[in-house]
Design a protein around this ligand. Structure first.
Ligand code: NAP
Length: 633
């Protein structure tokens, strides 16, 4: 909603403090205002200030541009009368701000009263009257048949406990949860949000111990509160949002989408809600797949395409998957050199030939006996060896139900899951930290930067090239370092002198050394991979990091390894979380635009990824006819 002359607002508690600040700011935009407050003297004073401001906008009006209504908000009848008068005067209500609030007059621990005159009154003013006002505002907005915005004043002490005033804290906690729970009114064009500033220099704020205010980073300036309120009014996406404002951290939405995902259980519903309709699948007698026949990190020399019979019936407890899209991974070359199996080269060689590819999405084409929860036609993903094939038979327990067999979903498998699980488990990522991601515009890096941002961190990302830098800026990265045009070390030293708190590192070699030097005290560096070392002259050789222990000890730092295979128990949960973010528009998935069609294109795709030119996830479309078939349905 654009804040402009002609709109009308009702502000409770508008005669002083934050309410007054917001009244004056709205007046500066030419908005008609009703000030609702119990203090007649102050109310009239603010109303006359508004009148003066309004002379810039309005002349010869047949009605007052500002009204003061003396009202104790805990009196429902008077409150209803104020809303009615506003509606009759301005013909509607565009903005309602509930700012009336009080601190509890008697400390709870010393309260000897029966409660009626002390804490019960605080709850009546701070919570019951906010519910009452919200209800009246909704009715008024509905009657006017116009969109509206309601901002309830919560408080930072509604987000975390205020030990000195549990009644105030409890009342504001109620305001926060009440307002957030009204998100669905957005469907009717009414957006209800809550503004939760820490201490503002008002009469109420000045009663707080100055040492405590200093500890909390000082008073929040009124301009910041106004900026927050205006953002909630103007941004049409904001409904059921809580904006937390502190001097220490600025403006942040509470909870972050990442925190919200921890308690929103919608995975199975999402999967059930999938609108995907599978085309009929004809089972061929044979199909093509890629096998590794020689152990080498040169994927082209290591692999060949073979045609193999489709053996039916499907084994009990297994499903047959028709593969639609397969994901390309940096580690394909480690797999083809036999590294994934460990042990002596001769032992690994005895496994040859073996199937290549780590991940794919497709449609279940047949199910074995005793498979009850998966049905033919269901889309699913999997992360077992053999993804570079037209069909695969996998144990049913390895099939991950997904909403659609799309390239974006393939990207969420190895790449997305690595970022999501590694940042949570190995990185122990919370919010308010500086997070650095290397090879950030690649398959997994693109997820890492967005998840770190969604969790409320400052994100720094490295990449090589302008196209990648552009993508990273679009993904919301705070500081993109394109190492083709800037020196990573100088930028980090100059702009992040305190060091980086969490590093998601997947390049290895010199980049790892540089990252170790950039790590902050208590910093955590997650070793995701070492792509720069996978294809050296002799393949991947062990590296030495002299002085590493001394450095970690001196700065209480942690270097944590991460290997996705060891976290299979978390795959489905994190996949659902990623899909949830994606379907709500909180997460973008970038697929490299270069088309790779059919299993014959896999080798080119793997080499393309290692050329360093790819942007986003490299995906092979195993069945190019699929998109067309679905489009016809
Ligand atoms: P990717 O990031 O899409 O790989 C391509 C990017 O890596 C390139 O755009 C380039 O980025 C960088 N790169 C490629 N070759 C390089 C070289 N020789 N030297 C330096 N940088 C090079 O690939 P991905 O599949 O998502 O894998 C990224 C990393 O994550 C790999 O190290 C991989 O092994 C690891 N990974 C680990 C796990 C696990 O479980 N631990 C799971 C998945 C992936 P810039 O030039 O823009 O930096």
């Amino acid at each position: 909603m654009e804040i402009k002359p002609g709109l009308s607002a009702l502000v409770t508690g508008g005669a002083s403090g934050i309410g007054k600040g917001l009244v004056l700011a709205l007046a500066e935009k030419g908005v008609f205002i009703t000030i609702v407050d119990y203090s007649e003297e102050r109310g009239k004073e603010v109303a006359s200030l508004v009148e003066k401001i309004h002379t810039k906008f309005h002349s010869k009006l047949k009605f007052p541009s500002v009204m003061f209504m003396k009202c104790d908000v805990s009196n429902s009848r008077d409150l209803a009368a104020a809303f009615e008068k506003h509606f009759l005067t301005y013909g509607g209500l565009d903005i309602c701000i509930t700012s009336a609030g009080i601190g509890n007059p008697v400390p709870f621990s010393k309260d000897q009263t029966d409660g009626t005159r002390s804490w019960r009154h605080t709850i009546n003013v701070n919570l019951i009257a906010v519910i009452d006002s919200t209800h009246l505002a909704i009715k008024t907005m509905e009657a006017a048949k116009r969109p509206g915005v309601i901002i309830n004043l919560g408080s930072a002490s509604g987000l975390y406990p205020m030990y000195a005033d549990p009644i105030y804290s409890g009342s504001k906690g109620g305001v926060v949860m009440f307002s957030r729970s009204l998100r669905l009114y957005k469907r009717q064009g009414i957006r209800i949000n809550v503004l939760s500033p820490e201490f503002v220099e008002t009469e109420m704020g000045l009663k707080i111990d100055p040492d405590f205010i200093r500890l909390m980073g000082g008073f929040v300036p009124m301009q910041m509160v106004v900026k927050g309120a205006f953002e909630l009014i103007t941004d049409e996406d904001k409904a059921g949002h809580c904006l937390w404002i502190t001097n220490r951290r600025g403006m942040e939405y509470w909870p972050t989408p990442a925190e919200e995902a921890k308690y929103l259980a919608r995975s199975s519903r999402l999967r059930r809600r999938s609108d995907f309709k599978a085309p009929a699948i004809t089972l061929p007698e044979s199909f093509e797949k890629i096998v590794v026949h020689t152990l080498t990190h040169d994927f082209r020399k290591a692999t060949r395409i073979v045609r193999t019979p489709l053996r039916l019936p499907v084994k009990p407890n297994h499903v047959l998957v028709k593969i639609i899209s397969a994901g390309v991974n940096a580690s394909d070359v480690n797999f083809s050199s036999g590294r994934y199996f460990g042990g002596k080269t001769s032992d690994v060689a005895s496994r040859l030939p073996f199937d290549a590819g780590f991940e794919a999405v497709g449609i279940i084409a047949a199910v074995g006996d005793s498979v009850s929860d998966l049905k033919v036609g269901m889309p699913c993903g999997f992360m077992t060896f053999g993804g570079y094939a037209e069909f695969i038979m996998i144990p049913a327990k390895h099939a991950l139900p997904v909403a659609r067999p799309d390239p974006e979903v393939v990207a969420m498998l190895t790449s997305g899951l690595t970022a999501s699980i590694a940042l949570e488990k190995a990185g122990q990522m919370e919010s308010g930290k500086v997070v650095l991601v290397t090879a950030a515009a690649g398959g997994t890096g693109q997820f890492a930067v967005q998840l770190a941002k969604l969790a409320g961190n400052t994100v720094v990302a490295t990449c090589g090239g302008a196209a990648k830098a552009k993508l990273l800026k679009e993904l919301g990265v705070d500081r993109v370092i394109d190492y083709h045009s800037e020196d990573i070390k100088s930028v980090l030293m100059k702009e992040f002198p305190k060091g980086i708190d969490i590093i998601y590192e997947s390049v290895g070699g010199d980049m790892l050394n540089l990252c170790l030097q950039a790590l902050a005290v208590h910093g955590r560096l997650i070793i995701i991979g070492m792509i720069s070392q996978y294809q050296g002259e002799k393949g991947w050789t062990p590296s030495n990091y002299p002085g590493l222990c001394d450095r970690l000890l001196a700065k209480s730092q942690t270097v944590a390894g991460f290997f996705l295979v060891q976290y299979s128990h978390l795959w489905q949960e994190h996949l659902d979380k990623l899909f949830n973010f994606y379907s709500k528009g909180n997460l973008k998935v970038s697929i490299d635009p270069k088309r790779f069609l059919g299993v014959h294109s896999v080798v080119d795709a793997v080499e393309y990824l290692h050329s360093g030119k790819s942007v986003g996830k490299v995906v092979v479309c195993v069945d190019p006819t699929f998109q067309k078939q679905v489009a016809k349905l």
